[in-house]
Design a protein around this ligand. Structure first.
Ligand code: NCD
Length: 309
């Protein structure tokens, strides 16, 4: 897909963005790193609504910080009990209000397709900050930026994605983003119960992307340039017994890393629970806190490209 630009565009899935779009975003994000502690006036006079119907730490606060650093104002809806939703107002009506008060709406919701629905209702651009188990495009942008920024290139790498590939929207969005690059190999590492959904496999097939499914991280960890770890999405399991069967089924420890490549990057969208032990945090392989920091410049760049003059 050739570049069709970001201006006034909805950001619903990473699939809509070409490699050229992403490279433009990355170049902007790198410039934005200079302003991570000061203010610009790119969004002066603009209001961006943050409609968070599900818990969030990094995504919400990095967007809020990005809006402020660009000189805009954030309108925050995160405590549903204090809005008219508690009185029974529908999502559509709530979005219509935010549409009339703001220049863009950033939405996180537990229902898959909620952001797409919001984009149909709203005239202003809508950015998906996570819809159920479905998509999380801005997380994928941050993740890909982290590799691009730290390695200079994404092509040719051997990448492993470990964890809950069934319910994890960050994991699937990362896979759908990184498949745009010519990897040497893409390993999908998960307990058999948490394998990638057939819907995503069909997309990979359509794009001709080869993957290798494995169950144990130990079998492939020494080959990897990037290991992307995710937590098991406990809150998404329809049956708690299903969760109990897989909990604690993988864990990255110092022992796991004994023979890995010197420049292995371990990434994680966070929050982590117990899948990376804190003993790994001090190693040169741990990139997850840096990755979270890149959330601000990448989201600044995205807002600039979508909303800037
Ligand atoms: C992820 C999410 O919300 O999908 N977190 C994030 O946005 N950084 C991953 C997760 O919750 O496991």
């Amino acid at each position: 897909m050739s570049r069709i630009g970001f201006k006034n565009r909805d950001v619903l899935t990473i699939l809509d963005f070409s490699r050229e779009d992403l490279e433009l975003l990355f170049r902007e994000a790198k410039k934005m790193e200079m302003y991570s502690k000061s203010a610009l006036d790119i969004l002066r006079g603009k209001v961006v609504a943050l409609a968070f119907f599900e818990p969030s730490t990094r995504t919400m606060f990095s967007f809020q910080t990005a809006i402020q650093r660009l000189g805009g104002t954030a309108l925050i809806l995160s405590d549903v009990q204090r809005t008219s939703i508690a009185k029974g107002e529908s999502l559509g009506d709530t979005i219509r209000m935010l549409d009339s008060y703001s220049n863009a709406i950033i939405i996180r919701h537990k229902i898959e397709g909620a952001a797409t629905y919001a984009a149909e209702v709203a005239e202003v651009p809508v950015i998906n900050a996570g819809d159920g188990t479905h998509r999380h495009p801005t997380q994928a942008m941050v993740d890909l930026y982290t590799i691009w920024r730290e390695r200079g290139n994404i092509h040719g790498l051997t990448v492993g994605v470990l964890g809950d590939l069934k319910y994890g929207r960050a994991a699937t969005s990362f896979i759908l983003g990184i498949m745009k690059y010519r990897l040497r190999r893409l390993y999908l590492i998960s307990p058999p119960e948490l394998r990638l959904k057939s819907e995503i496999k069909e997309i990979l097939d359509k794009y001709g992307v080869q993957t290798t499914e494995v169950s144990n991280i130990e079998d492939v960890v020494n080959e990897l340039d990037v290991l992307y770890v995710t937590r098991i999405q406990r809150e998404r399991f329809p049956d708690p017994a299903e969760y109990e069967r897989v909990r604690g089924s993988y864990r990255i420890t110092l022992k796991t890393l004994e023979n890995v490549k010197e420049d292995l990057m371990i990434m994680h969208p966070l929050p982590r629970v117990d899948e990376i032990l804190p003993e790994v945090d001090g190693t040169k392989y741990a990139y997850y806190f840096k990755q979270a920091r890149y959330g601000v410049p990448v989201r600044m760049a995205l807002l600039k490209l979508v909303l800037g003059d």
